[in-house]
Ligand binder design. Sequence first.
Ligand SMILES: Cc1cc2nc3c(=O)[nH]c(=O)nc-3n(C[C@H](O)[C@H](O)[C@H](O)COP(=O)(O)OP(=O)(O)OC[C@H]3O[C@@H](n4cnc5c(N)ncnc54)[C@H](O)[C@@H]3O)c2cc1C
Length: 322
Amino acid sequence: MDALHSDILIIGAGPAGLHAAFYAAWRGLKVRVLEARGEVGGQLSALYPDKRVYDVPGLPGARAAELVAHLLRQLDGLDVDMSVNRVARELEKVDDGWRVSTDGDTFTAGAVILAAGLGALLPRAARVPGADSHPDVQTDLPDPAGLNGRRVLIVGGVPQAARAALELSEAGADVTLTHSRALFRGNPMTLEKLEAARTSGGFEILAPARLLRLTPQGAELEMDGTARSIKADTVLILGGYLPDLCPIGAWPLDWHGEYVPDAPGGRTVLEGVYVVGDLAQSGGDFKLISVAFAQAAIAANHAAHHVRPELRVRPGHSSEKR
Ligand SMILES: Cc1cc2nc3c(=O)[nH]c(=O)nc-3n(C[C@H](O)[C@H](O)[C@H](O)COP(=O)(O)OP(=O)(O)OC[C@H]3O[C@@H](n4cnc5c(N)ncnc54)[C@H](O)[C@@H]3O)c2cc1C
C-alpha cells in the first residue's frame, strides 16, 4: 500500500501537537497528525476534560475540553489531516524524510514532530471476572451510531462514562449505567442531564453497585445487598486511560528516561525529527500547556524551514498577514 504523504507529520494530538499543526499549516504546509485515541486533545480530553485550567494565557478558567475545541477551531481552513485511532509504532529514514508505520497505514513526511506527551493514552484493560465470556466488551468510547437499538451496559465513573451514557441513549441505544460509587464525574451540564435521565427514567442508573461478573448475556451486579442480572448486547467498561511510551520507546532518540532531549529549535539527534511538549526534556518537570505551546511554535517553524528551505524560520506576525 502506498504511504500517505504530508510535508510534516505530527505524532500526538495533545495541545503541543495541535498547536504545532496550526503553525506548520499556517506556513502553507500540508500537515498530518496521528493520534492513538479516537478523539484529539491529549491529556486534556482523556484525563481531565471537565476541569478548569487557569494558567493558559488568554483563556482563564476554561474547561480543558473547551480549550481543545478552541485549538481545533484554530485549524479551520488549514491543510491539516487528523488521523485518529492510529498508534505510531515504527520510524524509518527514507530518501526525502521519514516513514512512520502504524498497525495499518504507513505515512511519510519531510519532517516529523514528536508531540507524544506521556505516551499513547490507551484505555485501561477490562479486568472484570467473566470478561472473556461476553461477546462484545469494549473499553473506549464507541461511535454512538453503531450501537443504535442495542442494549448497552456502561460501567464506570469517569467523565467519558456519563458522556457515553447520554450520547448512546440519544443515538437510540437502550442504556444502563453503573458505577461502584454513587457519584459520577463529568461537567455540570452532563451531570444535570444524567440526573434528569435518572428521574425521568430515560435510562437506568445503578449506583452505587458492585459489578460481580460478566456473563455471555450481560452482567451480574449487586446493589443494596441484592443481586441483579442485566441483559446487555454490548458492555462498555470505561476505566480511564493510561499513557504508554512503549510504541515509540525503541526509536533511536537518545532517551533520558521518559524524555527526549531537545536541542534549540526542538531538534532531536535525528535530522528532521523534532520534539515538543511533555515529551521534550527542556520542559521536563514543568509539564505545562503554556510551555508546550511555545515549544510547538518554535519547532513547527524550524520544521517548516527544514522541509522548505525557501521558508524563513521566523514566521512573522500573524496580525500582519491575511
Ligand atoms: C489532571 C491533570 C491536570 C492538569 N492541569 C494542568 C493545568 O491546569 N495547566 C497546565 O498547564 N497543565 C496541566 N496539566 C498538564 C498538561 O495537560 C500537559 O502538560 C499537556 O497535556 C502536555 O501536552 P502534550 O501535547 O505535550 O501531551 P499530551 O497532552 O499527553 O498529548 C499527547 C498525545 O499524543 C498521543 N500519542 C502518544 N504516543 C502516541 C503514538 N505512538 N501514536 C499516536 N499518538 C500518540 C497521546 O494519545 C496523546 O493524545 C494537567 C495534567 C493532568 C494529568
